[in-house]
Design a protein around this ligand. Structure first.
Ligand SMILES: [Zn+2]
Length: 497
Protein backbone atom coordinates (compact mmCIF):
# COMPACT_ATOMS: atom_id res chain seq x y z
CA UNK A 1 0.00 0.00 0.00
CA UNK A 2 2.70 2.41 1.06
CA UNK A 3 4.82 1.46 -1.94
CA UNK A 4 1.96 2.08 -4.30
CA UNK A 5 1.34 5.53 -2.85
CA UNK A 6 5.04 6.38 -2.94
CA UNK A 7 5.18 5.27 -6.54
CA UNK A 8 2.18 7.43 -7.39
CA UNK A 9 3.72 10.50 -5.77
CA UNK A 10 6.95 9.86 -7.60
CA UNK A 11 5.14 9.78 -10.93
CA UNK A 12 3.40 13.05 -10.20
CA UNK A 13 6.73 14.61 -9.29
CA UNK A 14 8.24 13.38 -12.51
CA UNK A 15 5.47 14.88 -14.60
CA UNK A 16 5.62 18.25 -12.88
CA UNK A 17 9.39 18.41 -13.11
CA UNK A 18 9.35 17.50 -16.81
CA UNK A 19 8.59 19.96 -19.59
CA UNK A 20 5.32 20.07 -21.51
CA UNK A 21 5.41 18.09 -24.75
CA UNK A 22 5.30 20.17 -27.93
CA UNK A 23 3.32 19.48 -31.09
CA UNK A 24 3.89 21.47 -34.30
CA UNK A 25 2.67 20.93 -37.84
CA UNK A 26 2.86 22.50 -41.28
CA UNK A 27 -0.17 22.76 -43.53
CA UNK A 28 -0.69 19.73 -45.72
CA UNK A 29 -0.20 21.07 -49.25
CA UNK A 30 -2.43 19.92 -52.10
CA UNK A 31 -0.61 17.56 -54.39
CA UNK A 32 -1.66 19.26 -57.62
CA UNK A 33 1.71 20.85 -58.43
CA UNK A 34 5.43 20.55 -57.72
CA UNK A 35 6.44 21.67 -54.21
CA UNK A 36 6.97 25.42 -54.31
CA UNK A 37 9.28 27.70 -52.41
CA UNK A 38 6.47 29.02 -50.17
CA UNK A 39 5.78 25.58 -48.77
CA UNK A 40 9.52 24.87 -48.49
CA UNK A 41 9.77 27.99 -46.33
CA UNK A 42 6.88 26.89 -44.13
CA UNK A 43 8.52 23.50 -43.63
CA UNK A 44 11.88 25.10 -42.76
CA UNK A 45 10.27 27.54 -40.32
CA UNK A 46 8.32 24.84 -38.53
CA UNK A 47 11.51 22.76 -38.40
CA UNK A 48 13.39 25.66 -36.78
CA UNK A 49 10.73 25.90 -34.06
CA UNK A 50 10.69 22.10 -33.61
CA UNK A 51 14.49 21.98 -33.30
CA UNK A 52 14.50 24.86 -30.85
CA UNK A 53 11.93 23.14 -28.62
CA UNK A 54 14.08 20.00 -28.65
CA UNK A 55 17.14 22.09 -27.82
CA UNK A 56 15.45 23.39 -24.66
CA UNK A 57 14.57 19.85 -23.66
CA UNK A 58 10.98 19.32 -24.74
CA UNK A 59 9.66 16.17 -26.37
CA UNK A 60 8.50 17.20 -29.86
CA UNK A 61 6.02 15.75 -32.34
CA UNK A 62 6.55 17.39 -35.73
CA UNK A 63 4.03 16.73 -38.49
CA UNK A 64 3.79 17.37 -42.21
CA UNK A 65 2.25 15.50 -45.13
CA UNK A 66 0.01 15.83 -48.14
CA UNK A 67 -3.65 16.69 -48.77
CA UNK A 68 -4.71 14.26 -51.48
CA UNK A 69 -8.46 14.41 -52.05
CA UNK A 70 -10.75 16.90 -53.73
CA UNK A 71 -11.91 18.12 -57.07
CA UNK A 72 -8.75 19.98 -58.04
CA UNK A 73 -6.65 16.84 -57.63
CA UNK A 74 -9.25 14.68 -59.33
CA UNK A 75 -9.25 16.99 -62.37
CA UNK A 76 -5.45 17.03 -62.56
CA UNK A 77 -5.31 13.24 -62.38
CA UNK A 78 -7.89 12.96 -65.16
CA UNK A 79 -5.92 15.48 -67.26
CA UNK A 80 -2.74 13.47 -66.70
CA UNK A 81 -4.57 10.27 -67.70
CA UNK A 82 -3.82 8.67 -64.33
CA UNK A 83 -5.82 6.93 -61.65
CA UNK A 84 -6.14 9.45 -58.79
CA UNK A 85 -4.27 7.12 -56.40
CA UNK A 86 -1.33 6.72 -58.79
CA UNK A 87 -1.32 10.48 -59.34
CA UNK A 88 -1.21 11.32 -55.61
CA UNK A 89 1.39 8.62 -54.94
CA UNK A 90 3.82 10.25 -57.34
CA UNK A 91 3.32 13.67 -55.74
CA UNK A 92 3.56 12.39 -52.18
CA UNK A 93 7.04 11.13 -53.10
CA UNK A 94 8.00 14.59 -54.38
CA UNK A 95 6.85 16.27 -51.18
CA UNK A 96 8.61 13.67 -49.02
CA UNK A 97 11.83 14.47 -50.88
CA UNK A 98 11.75 17.96 -49.33
CA UNK A 99 12.64 16.46 -45.94
CA UNK A 100 16.25 15.48 -46.77
CA UNK A 101 16.57 18.33 -49.30
CA UNK A 102 15.88 21.03 -46.70
CA UNK A 103 17.63 19.38 -43.76
CA UNK A 104 14.32 18.82 -41.95
CA UNK A 105 14.34 16.78 -38.70
CA UNK A 106 14.51 13.12 -39.64
CA UNK A 107 11.95 12.10 -37.04
CA UNK A 108 9.20 14.20 -38.69
CA UNK A 109 5.84 12.44 -39.15
CA UNK A 110 4.53 12.38 -42.72
CA UNK A 111 0.78 11.89 -43.00
CA UNK A 112 -1.18 11.40 -46.22
CA UNK A 113 -4.91 12.00 -46.19
CA UNK A 114 -5.26 8.77 -48.20
CA UNK A 115 -3.68 6.81 -45.29
CA UNK A 116 -6.13 4.22 -43.96
CA UNK A 117 -5.94 5.48 -40.36
CA UNK A 118 -6.64 9.04 -41.47
CA UNK A 119 -9.65 7.98 -43.55
CA UNK A 120 -11.08 6.15 -40.54
CA UNK A 121 -10.41 9.14 -38.28
CA UNK A 122 -12.11 11.55 -40.72
CA UNK A 123 -15.17 9.28 -40.83
CA UNK A 124 -15.28 8.99 -37.05
CA UNK A 125 -14.96 12.76 -36.79
CA UNK A 126 -17.95 13.15 -39.12
CA UNK A 127 -19.99 10.72 -37.03
CA UNK A 128 -19.26 12.69 -33.86
CA UNK A 129 -20.14 16.06 -35.41
CA UNK A 130 -23.32 14.46 -36.71
CA UNK A 131 -24.13 12.97 -33.31
CA UNK A 132 -23.61 16.38 -31.71
CA UNK A 133 -26.30 17.70 -34.07
CA UNK A 134 -24.26 20.00 -36.33
CA UNK A 135 -24.76 18.23 -39.68
CA UNK A 136 -27.88 18.47 -41.88
CA UNK A 137 -28.75 17.87 -45.53
CA UNK A 138 -30.21 20.36 -47.97
CA UNK A 139 -30.64 21.28 -51.61
CA UNK A 140 -28.62 24.38 -52.45
CA UNK A 141 -26.86 26.50 -55.04
CA UNK A 142 -23.45 28.07 -54.57
CA UNK A 143 -20.42 29.61 -56.23
CA UNK A 144 -17.22 27.63 -55.79
CA UNK A 145 -13.52 28.28 -56.48
CA UNK A 146 -11.79 25.01 -57.34
CA UNK A 147 -8.40 26.67 -56.79
CA UNK A 148 -9.24 27.38 -53.14
CA UNK A 149 -11.62 24.42 -52.84
CA UNK A 150 -13.89 26.92 -51.04
CA UNK A 151 -17.38 28.29 -51.50
CA UNK A 152 -17.37 32.00 -52.30
CA UNK A 153 -19.86 34.75 -51.58
CA UNK A 154 -20.22 37.59 -54.09
CA UNK A 155 -18.38 39.93 -51.71
CA UNK A 156 -15.33 37.65 -51.87
CA UNK A 157 -15.15 37.79 -55.68
CA UNK A 158 -13.62 40.46 -57.88
CA UNK A 159 -15.24 40.79 -61.31
CA UNK A 160 -16.88 37.45 -60.66
CA UNK A 161 -13.54 35.75 -60.07
CA UNK A 162 -11.51 34.58 -57.06
CA UNK A 163 -8.75 37.14 -56.40
CA UNK A 164 -6.25 34.33 -55.61
CA UNK A 165 -7.20 32.33 -58.72
CA UNK A 166 -8.20 34.86 -61.39
CA UNK A 167 -7.46 32.32 -64.13
CA UNK A 168 -9.97 29.79 -62.83
CA UNK A 169 -13.65 30.20 -63.63
CA UNK A 170 -15.98 30.20 -60.63
CA UNK A 171 -18.14 27.10 -60.69
CA UNK A 172 -21.89 27.26 -60.07
CA UNK A 173 -23.07 24.29 -58.10
CA UNK A 174 -26.57 23.01 -57.46
CA UNK A 175 -26.99 19.74 -55.61
CA UNK A 176 -28.21 18.17 -52.40
CA UNK A 177 -25.36 17.97 -49.89
CA UNK A 178 -24.63 17.72 -46.20
CA UNK A 179 -23.96 20.96 -44.36
CA UNK A 180 -21.93 21.86 -41.30
CA UNK A 181 -23.80 24.27 -39.02
CA UNK A 182 -20.96 26.79 -38.90
CA UNK A 183 -23.38 29.60 -38.00
CA UNK A 184 -23.92 27.97 -34.57
CA UNK A 185 -20.30 28.81 -33.65
CA UNK A 186 -20.21 32.58 -34.09
CA UNK A 187 -20.26 33.48 -30.41
CA UNK A 188 -18.29 30.42 -29.31
CA UNK A 189 -15.50 31.28 -31.72
CA UNK A 190 -15.51 34.87 -30.49
CA UNK A 191 -15.19 33.62 -26.91
CA UNK A 192 -12.36 31.32 -27.97
CA UNK A 193 -10.53 34.24 -29.63
CA UNK A 194 -11.02 36.44 -26.56
CA UNK A 195 -9.69 33.74 -24.22
CA UNK A 196 -6.64 32.88 -26.37
CA UNK A 197 -4.84 36.08 -27.31
CA UNK A 198 -2.08 34.03 -29.02
CA UNK A 199 -4.37 31.80 -31.04
CA UNK A 200 -3.42 33.52 -34.30
CA UNK A 201 -0.05 35.16 -35.01
CA UNK A 202 0.52 37.87 -36.21
CA UNK A 203 -2.10 40.25 -34.75
CA UNK A 204 -3.20 41.67 -38.10
CA UNK A 205 -4.19 38.17 -39.23
CA UNK A 206 -5.94 37.55 -35.91
CA UNK A 207 -7.96 40.74 -36.45
CA UNK A 208 -8.83 39.58 -39.95
CA UNK A 209 -10.39 36.32 -38.73
CA UNK A 210 -12.07 38.05 -35.76
CA UNK A 211 -13.74 40.48 -38.16
CA UNK A 212 -14.71 37.67 -40.50
CA UNK A 213 -16.45 35.76 -37.71
CA UNK A 214 -18.06 38.92 -36.35
CA UNK A 215 -19.53 39.69 -39.78
CA UNK A 216 -21.54 36.46 -39.56
CA UNK A 217 -20.85 32.82 -40.38
CA UNK A 218 -22.69 30.82 -43.01
CA UNK A 219 -23.20 27.07 -42.89
CA UNK A 220 -21.16 25.40 -45.59
CA UNK A 221 -21.47 22.22 -47.59
CA UNK A 222 -19.28 19.35 -46.39
CA UNK A 223 -20.03 16.73 -49.04
CA UNK A 224 -20.28 16.21 -52.80
CA UNK A 225 -22.25 13.78 -54.90
CA UNK A 226 -19.97 10.86 -55.71
CA UNK A 227 -21.28 10.83 -59.30
CA UNK A 228 -19.88 14.35 -59.80
CA UNK A 229 -16.67 14.02 -57.76
CA UNK A 230 -15.68 10.48 -56.82
CA UNK A 231 -12.24 11.25 -55.31
CA UNK A 232 -12.98 11.67 -51.61
CA UNK A 233 -13.62 9.85 -48.36
CA UNK A 234 -17.04 8.16 -48.22
CA UNK A 235 -19.61 9.88 -46.00
CA UNK A 236 -20.48 7.45 -43.20
CA UNK A 237 -23.93 5.98 -43.82
CA UNK A 238 -24.42 7.50 -47.30
CA UNK A 239 -23.05 5.66 -50.30
CA UNK A 240 -23.85 8.51 -52.68
CA UNK A 241 -21.75 11.23 -51.08
CA UNK A 242 -18.07 11.85 -50.39
CA UNK A 243 -16.63 14.27 -47.84
CA UNK A 244 -15.64 17.83 -48.72
CA UNK A 245 -11.84 17.98 -48.88
CA UNK A 246 -11.30 20.49 -46.06
CA UNK A 247 -13.61 18.60 -43.71
CA UNK A 248 -11.43 15.55 -44.34
CA UNK A 249 -7.97 17.16 -44.48
CA UNK A 250 -8.20 19.35 -41.36
CA UNK A 251 -8.77 16.24 -39.28
CA UNK A 252 -5.13 15.28 -40.03
CA UNK A 253 -4.02 17.52 -37.15
CA UNK A 254 -5.53 15.02 -34.73
CA UNK A 255 -5.38 11.79 -36.77
CA UNK A 256 -1.60 12.32 -37.01
CA UNK A 257 -1.35 12.02 -33.22
CA UNK A 258 -3.45 8.90 -32.89
CA UNK A 259 -7.01 10.22 -32.63
CA UNK A 260 -9.39 8.47 -32.05
CA UNK A 261 -7.83 5.05 -31.46
CA UNK A 262 -4.58 5.73 -29.58
CA UNK A 263 -5.82 7.61 -26.52
CA UNK A 264 -2.47 7.84 -24.73
CA UNK A 265 -0.70 9.25 -27.79
CA UNK A 266 -3.49 11.72 -28.42
CA UNK A 267 -3.53 12.84 -24.77
CA UNK A 268 0.22 13.50 -24.78
CA UNK A 269 0.43 15.48 -28.02
CA UNK A 270 -3.09 16.85 -28.34
CA UNK A 271 -3.95 17.72 -24.73
CA UNK A 272 -0.90 17.85 -22.43
CA UNK A 273 0.95 19.87 -25.07
CA UNK A 274 -1.70 22.59 -24.77
CA UNK A 275 -2.77 21.98 -28.37
CA UNK A 276 -1.13 21.97 -31.76
CA UNK A 277 0.95 24.82 -33.22
CA UNK A 278 0.00 25.13 -36.90
CA UNK A 279 2.10 26.91 -39.51
CA UNK A 280 0.02 28.02 -42.49
CA UNK A 281 -0.08 30.37 -45.46
CA UNK A 282 -2.47 33.32 -45.47
CA UNK A 283 -4.85 31.45 -47.79
CA UNK A 284 -5.36 29.02 -44.89
CA UNK A 285 -6.42 31.60 -42.31
CA UNK A 286 -10.17 30.97 -42.51
CA UNK A 287 -10.08 27.18 -42.77
CA UNK A 288 -7.57 26.79 -39.93
CA UNK A 289 -8.49 29.60 -37.54
CA UNK A 290 -12.24 29.51 -38.26
CA UNK A 291 -13.60 26.26 -39.67
CA UNK A 292 -11.22 23.90 -37.90
CA UNK A 293 -11.67 25.57 -34.50
CA UNK A 294 -15.47 25.33 -34.90
CA UNK A 295 -15.13 21.67 -35.87
CA UNK A 296 -13.07 21.00 -32.73
CA UNK A 297 -15.62 22.87 -30.60
CA UNK A 298 -18.40 20.79 -32.17
CA UNK A 299 -16.92 17.55 -30.84
CA UNK A 300 -15.47 18.97 -27.61
CA UNK A 301 -11.76 18.65 -28.44
CA UNK A 302 -8.91 20.99 -27.39
CA UNK A 303 -8.60 23.98 -29.74
CA UNK A 304 -5.31 24.68 -31.50
CA UNK A 305 -2.67 26.44 -29.43
CA UNK A 306 -1.36 28.82 -32.09
CA UNK A 307 -1.84 29.26 -35.83
CA UNK A 308 1.12 31.07 -37.37
CA UNK A 309 0.23 32.70 -40.67
CA UNK A 310 3.09 33.49 -43.03
CA UNK A 311 2.89 35.59 -46.19
CA UNK A 312 3.32 34.58 -49.82
CA UNK A 313 6.63 34.58 -51.66
CA UNK A 314 6.32 36.48 -54.93
CA UNK A 315 8.69 36.96 -57.84
CA UNK A 316 11.22 39.83 -57.62
CA UNK A 317 8.82 42.22 -59.37
CA UNK A 318 6.06 41.46 -56.87
CA UNK A 319 4.12 39.27 -59.31
CA UNK A 320 2.74 35.94 -58.21
CA UNK A 321 5.12 33.09 -59.09
CA UNK A 322 3.48 30.92 -61.69
CA UNK A 323 4.46 28.26 -64.16
CA UNK A 324 2.74 30.00 -67.04
CA UNK A 325 4.75 33.20 -66.50
CA UNK A 326 7.89 31.12 -65.99
CA UNK A 327 9.05 33.04 -62.90
CA UNK A 328 8.98 30.23 -60.36
CA UNK A 329 12.02 29.17 -58.33
CA UNK A 330 12.02 25.63 -57.06
CA UNK A 331 13.43 24.60 -53.68
CA UNK A 332 15.69 22.15 -55.57
CA UNK A 333 17.20 24.96 -57.64
CA UNK A 334 17.84 27.05 -54.53
CA UNK A 335 19.56 24.25 -52.64
CA UNK A 336 21.64 23.36 -55.72
CA UNK A 337 22.77 26.98 -56.00
CA UNK A 338 23.43 27.90 -52.38
CA UNK A 339 23.44 24.73 -50.27
CA UNK A 340 20.79 23.71 -47.79
CA UNK A 341 22.24 25.62 -44.83
CA UNK A 342 22.25 28.91 -46.73
CA UNK A 343 18.67 28.34 -47.88
CA UNK A 344 17.56 27.75 -44.29
CA UNK A 345 19.49 30.86 -43.23
CA UNK A 346 17.85 33.01 -45.88
CA UNK A 347 14.36 31.76 -45.12
CA UNK A 348 14.82 32.39 -41.40
CA UNK A 349 16.50 35.76 -41.52
CA UNK A 350 15.59 37.56 -44.73
CA UNK A 351 12.20 36.35 -45.96
CA UNK A 352 9.57 38.26 -43.96
CA UNK A 353 8.08 36.35 -41.06
CA UNK A 354 4.49 37.38 -41.75
CA UNK A 355 4.28 39.79 -44.71
CA UNK A 356 4.51 38.90 -48.38
CA UNK A 357 8.05 38.90 -49.78
CA UNK A 358 9.47 39.62 -53.22
CA UNK A 359 12.16 37.04 -53.83
CA UNK A 360 15.20 37.70 -56.00
CA UNK A 361 18.32 35.61 -56.53
CA UNK A 362 20.39 38.82 -56.59
CA UNK A 363 19.28 39.80 -53.11
CA UNK A 364 19.87 36.29 -51.83
CA UNK A 365 23.38 36.23 -53.34
CA UNK A 366 24.15 39.57 -51.70
CA UNK A 367 22.97 38.35 -48.30
CA UNK A 368 24.89 35.11 -48.74
CA UNK A 369 28.17 36.88 -49.51
CA UNK A 370 27.81 39.51 -46.80
CA UNK A 371 26.59 37.34 -43.94
CA UNK A 372 27.69 33.77 -44.66
CA UNK A 373 30.83 33.95 -46.82
CA UNK A 374 32.10 37.10 -45.07
CA UNK A 375 30.21 37.24 -41.78
CA UNK A 376 29.93 33.81 -40.25
CA UNK A 377 32.29 31.82 -42.50
CA UNK A 378 35.08 34.36 -42.23
CA UNK A 379 34.71 34.62 -38.45
CA UNK A 380 35.03 30.84 -38.03
CA UNK A 381 38.19 30.80 -40.16
CA UNK A 382 39.81 33.76 -38.39
CA UNK A 383 39.06 32.67 -34.83
CA UNK A 384 39.98 29.05 -35.37
CA UNK A 385 43.15 29.98 -37.25
CA UNK A 386 44.33 32.05 -34.25
CA UNK A 387 43.22 29.39 -31.79
CA UNK A 388 44.85 26.46 -33.58
CA UNK A 389 48.08 28.45 -34.11
CA UNK A 390 48.49 30.05 -30.71
CA UNK A 391 46.63 27.96 -28.14
CA UNK A 392 48.16 24.78 -26.73
CA UNK A 393 44.92 22.81 -27.00
CA UNK A 394 41.14 23.06 -27.26
CA UNK A 395 39.39 25.69 -25.13
CA UNK A 396 37.11 24.07 -22.60
CA UNK A 397 33.55 25.00 -23.56
CA UNK A 398 30.08 24.04 -22.39
CA UNK A 399 26.55 24.76 -23.56
CA UNK A 400 25.34 28.13 -22.29
CA UNK A 401 21.81 29.15 -21.41
CA UNK A 402 19.95 30.62 -24.38
CA UNK A 403 19.69 34.45 -24.29
CA UNK A 404 16.30 35.75 -23.13
CA UNK A 405 15.77 37.96 -26.20
CA UNK A 406 16.34 34.99 -28.49
CA UNK A 407 13.86 32.89 -26.50
CA UNK A 408 11.29 35.67 -26.68
CA UNK A 409 11.71 36.09 -30.44
CA UNK A 410 11.18 32.36 -30.99
CA UNK A 411 8.16 32.38 -28.67
CA UNK A 412 6.69 35.10 -30.94
CA UNK A 413 7.65 33.15 -34.09
CA UNK A 414 9.84 36.12 -35.08
CA UNK A 415 12.57 34.22 -36.85
CA UNK A 416 13.94 37.35 -38.56
CA UNK A 417 14.56 38.86 -35.14
CA UNK A 418 15.93 35.63 -33.66
CA UNK A 419 18.50 35.32 -36.44
CA UNK A 420 19.39 39.01 -36.18
CA UNK A 421 20.31 38.34 -32.55
CA UNK A 422 22.78 35.66 -33.68
CA UNK A 423 24.28 37.91 -36.36
CA UNK A 424 24.63 40.69 -33.80
CA UNK A 425 26.77 38.29 -31.75
CA UNK A 426 28.81 37.50 -34.86
CA UNK A 427 29.26 41.25 -35.40
CA UNK A 428 30.43 41.69 -31.80
CA UNK A 429 33.07 39.00 -32.22
CA UNK A 430 34.27 40.60 -35.48
CA UNK A 431 34.52 43.94 -33.73
CA UNK A 432 36.46 42.42 -30.89
CA UNK A 433 39.04 41.04 -33.34
CA UNK A 434 39.35 44.44 -35.04
CA UNK A 435 39.72 46.47 -31.85
CA UNK A 436 42.02 44.11 -29.93
CA UNK A 437 44.03 42.66 -32.86
CA UNK A 438 45.16 39.53 -30.99
CA UNK A 439 47.09 38.35 -34.09
CA UNK A 440 49.44 41.34 -33.59
CA UNK A 441 49.30 41.42 -29.80
CA UNK A 442 50.55 37.83 -29.64
CA UNK A 443 54.07 39.07 -30.47
CA UNK A 444 54.27 41.61 -27.65
CA UNK A 445 51.81 40.41 -24.99
CA UNK A 446 51.22 36.70 -25.60
CA UNK A 447 49.35 36.03 -22.33
CA UNK A 448 46.87 38.82 -22.94
CA UNK A 449 46.46 37.81 -26.61
CA UNK A 450 45.80 34.18 -25.70
CA UNK A 451 43.16 35.27 -23.20
CA UNK A 452 41.41 37.28 -25.93
CA UNK A 453 41.62 34.37 -28.38
CA UNK A 454 40.13 32.09 -25.72
CA UNK A 455 37.24 34.52 -25.23
CA UNK A 456 36.67 34.61 -28.99
CA UNK A 457 36.55 30.80 -29.12
CA UNK A 458 34.02 30.72 -26.28
CA UNK A 459 31.92 33.32 -28.12
CA UNK A 460 32.16 31.37 -31.36
CA UNK A 461 31.02 28.21 -29.59
CA UNK A 462 27.99 30.07 -28.21
CA UNK A 463 27.14 31.18 -31.76
CA UNK A 464 27.47 27.56 -32.90
CA UNK A 465 25.17 26.41 -30.15
CA UNK A 466 22.38 28.92 -30.79
CA UNK A 467 22.59 28.37 -34.56
CA UNK A 468 21.45 24.77 -34.19
CA UNK A 469 17.72 25.23 -34.95
CA UNK A 470 18.41 27.37 -38.03
CA UNK A 471 21.60 25.81 -39.43
CA UNK A 472 22.03 22.40 -37.78
CA UNK A 473 25.00 21.21 -39.88
CA UNK A 474 26.92 24.48 -39.53
CA UNK A 475 26.25 24.41 -35.80
CA UNK A 476 27.68 20.89 -35.52
CA UNK A 477 30.72 21.88 -37.63
CA UNK A 478 31.53 24.94 -35.50
CA UNK A 479 31.20 23.01 -32.25
CA UNK A 480 33.40 20.19 -33.59
CA UNK A 481 36.10 22.64 -34.79
CA UNK A 482 36.18 24.33 -31.39
CA UNK A 483 36.38 21.03 -29.55
CA UNK A 484 39.21 19.82 -31.82
CA UNK A 485 40.90 23.24 -31.89
CA UNK A 486 41.13 23.15 -35.68
CA UNK A 487 40.45 25.62 -38.43
CA UNK A 488 38.20 24.53 -41.32
CA UNK A 489 40.17 23.02 -44.22
CA UNK A 490 38.00 24.94 -46.69
CA UNK A 491 35.88 28.03 -45.94
CA UNK A 492 32.40 27.09 -44.63
CA UNK A 493 30.75 29.25 -47.29
CA UNK A 494 32.56 29.96 -50.55
CA UNK A 495 31.78 33.29 -52.21
CA UNK A 496 29.14 33.41 -54.98
CA UNK A 497 29.35 35.72 -57.96
ZN1 LIG B 1 -9.51 30.69 -55.22
Amino acid sequence: MFNLLAKKLLNIGKKRGGKKPFYITTTLPYVNAEPHIGFAMELVRADIIARYQKLIGRAVFFNTGTDEHGQKIYQKAVEAGLEPQAYVDSYATKFKALIPLLGISEDINFIRTTDRHHIEAAQEFWRRVDKAGFIYKKQYETKYCIGCELEKTDSELEDGRCPIHPNKAIELRAEENYFFQYSAFESRLQELYAKNPNLVVPDFRFNEIKNFVKSGLHDFSISRLKTKMPWGIAVPGDEEQVMYVWFDALVNYISAIGWPKDEAKFRQWGVESGGVVQYAGKDNLRPQAGMWQAMLLAVGLTPSQTIVIDGFINASDGQKMSKSIGNTISPHELVAGFGVEAVRYYMARHINDFEDFDFSLEKMTEAYNANLANGLGNLVSRVMKMASTHLAGPVSVSDQSIPADFKQAIANFELNKASNIIWAQIGELDKKIQTTEPFKLIKTEPIKAKAIITELVVGLYAVGQILEPIMPTTSATIKALVKANQMPTTPLFGRKD
